[in-house]
Design a protein around this ligand. Structure first.
Ligand code: PLP
Length: 460
């Protein structure tokens, strides 16, 4: 198809747009057999509109659990426009930087857990994680321990899609068919209550997981391990909150063995679970933090690796950190990052997570105990319904079932919830209202009530 007026794509018919999508876009995280297309063209608050004019409630935070401050904000557009008129971009590599990157780094250092003062910018979460694992390895090399190359992560974690971050990711689909993946990565068990009965052989979950960590360190050798990475609360794994003593005890073992701890806060930072950084409330004392998603409100791609002075000084001293990205510290993204912090503060959005948790808790309660719903987990503004095909064995549903459930929720109720493996998750913009949260929960409850163990959804 010849496109004459790309700049006025919205003047095309929805059918024309969809045809161009099918012809030219290489979609990610999308199986070829899924015919469905939703082309979002506009947004305001928690509402988005597709090219057909359908109004949809975004209960998934832009679909990927970001969007703390909602869509289509004129104040953010103003910030971007003003910055572009001042300077759109100049490199942050070598001796150069810009005022907005400096100011945002300083604000992040104020908000970050104690001891974390330095910021290395990236363009998203995968790059932030990638930078963290390189920094960890380099840190040890510079301290005369070049054999510390192993990275510990966990099954069911999500850390990104690049080779490093993708190998750390605990979903085997990420590594399938694209090997060899990053060597020297070991995945530990996740921390979860659901299925704890058989996952941990009857032991207390934390006792089991700490013992597993100690055994893994003994097997690989402490002197060969650079770092462990973990999401304080696992998001993609199904909103898994660890036992309260999990991170303190894991951290103690890691510190004793000279292993750095990287908190992947790409989802959890910026109020998702009620704090600027979830590490603080989980008593996870990170040496580095990877963050992205909400950092610029979703109005520009931005990521960051936060680290201690010790790590920063070590990697930039004696030889430098020969690693960087063209657009890191982009002034427009950083200006939007500063504005996002202002908005979160002004609108009290950090405290909003507990309200959303309450609304979801009440709204999703009717789903608890339904046969195909193994577990309902709400952690701040994050919610997850774990879909199972057998209540006895807790066998997860096929991934396609969660996709069909999300499809039914969207097409019948105009609500966007997200299938994630066999789970259904929600992570709305933090500006969501009580009525919107209730509407999203009601939509989910309606559809899972009609879901059967064989994966079919009966007509409603
Ligand atoms: N870490 C976590 C916890 C994530 O959920 C994601 C993406 O969903 C990433 C890292 C990767 O971030 P990005 O997609 O911005 O590269």
């Amino acid at each position: 198809m010849t496109v004459n007026h790309l700049s006025s794509a919205l003047s095309m018919s929805p059918a024309e747009l969809e045809a161009l999508d099918r012809r030219h876009l290489v979609r990610s995280m999308h199986r070829g057999d899924i015919a469905d297309r939703v082309i979002i063209v506009r947004g305001e608050g928690c509402t988005v509109w597709d090219s057909l004019g359908n109004e949809l409630l975004d209960a998934a935070g832009g679909g990927v659990w970001h969007s703390p401050i909602g869509h289509g904000r004129a104040d953010m557009a103003e910030v971007a426009s003003k910055q572009m008129r001042e300077i759109e971009f100049f490199t942050s590599l070598m001796e150069f930087s810009n005022d907005k990157a400096i100011l945002l780094a300083a604000r992040l250092a104020e908000l970050a857990p104690e001891g974390i003062n330095r910021v290395f910018f990236a363009n998203g979460g995968s790059e932030a994680v990638e930078s963290a694992i390189k920094a960890a390895r380099l840190y040890h090399t510079r301290h005369g321990e070049p054999d510390r190359t192993w990275i510990l992560s966990r099954q069911h974690s999500f850390h990104g899609s690049t080779y490093g971050s993708g190998t750390l990711t605990g979903f085997p689909h990420m590594q399938a068919g694209v090997g060899p993946n990053l060597p020297n990565v070991e995945r530990l068990s996740p921390a979860t209550y659901y299925r704890a009965g058989y996952l941990y052989g009857g032991m207390d979950p934390t006792d089991f997981l700490v013992r597993e960590l100690e055994e893994t360190i003994a097997r690989i050798g402490a002197g060969n391990i650079a770092a462990m990475i973990g999401e304080p609360v696992m998001a993609g794994g199904g909103v898994l909150r660890p036992p309260a003593d999990y991170w303190p005890r894991m951290g103690e073992v890691l510190r004793k063995n000279g292993i750095l701890l990287i908190a992947d806060e790409v989802v959890t930072a910026y109020g998702r679970t009620g704090a600027w950084f979830d590490s603080v409330q989980r008593d996870l004392k990170p040496d580095m933090i990877a963050m992205a998603k909400g950092i610029a409100g979703g109005y520009a791609p931005l990521g960051a690796t936060l680290m201690t002075d010790d790590i920063a000084e070590t990697i930039i001293g004696s030889g430098g950190f020969f690693h960087g990205y063209t657009f890191q510290g982009h002034p427009v993204a950083c200006a939007l990052g500063l504005a996002t912090i202002d908005i979160i503060e002004r609108e009290g959005l950090i405290g909003k997570a507990s309200q959303i948790a309450e609304w979801f808790g009440v709204g999703l309660a009717p789903a608890v105990g339904l046969d195909p719903v193994g577990d309902v987990r709400v952690e701040g503004s994050l919610a997850c319904l774990e879909l199972i095909s057998d209540p006895q064995t807790t066998q997860p549903m096929d991934w396609g079932v969660a996709e069909r459930v999300a499809f039914e929720i969207r097409t019948k109720h105009g609500v966007i919830a997200r299938p994630y493996g066999h789970n259904l998750v929600m992570a709305p913009p933090l500006v969501i209202t009580e009525a919107e949260a209730r509407r999203a929960a009601d939509a989910v409850v309606d559809v899972v009530t009609r879901l059967r163990l064989d994966g079919t959804i009966v007509a409603g």
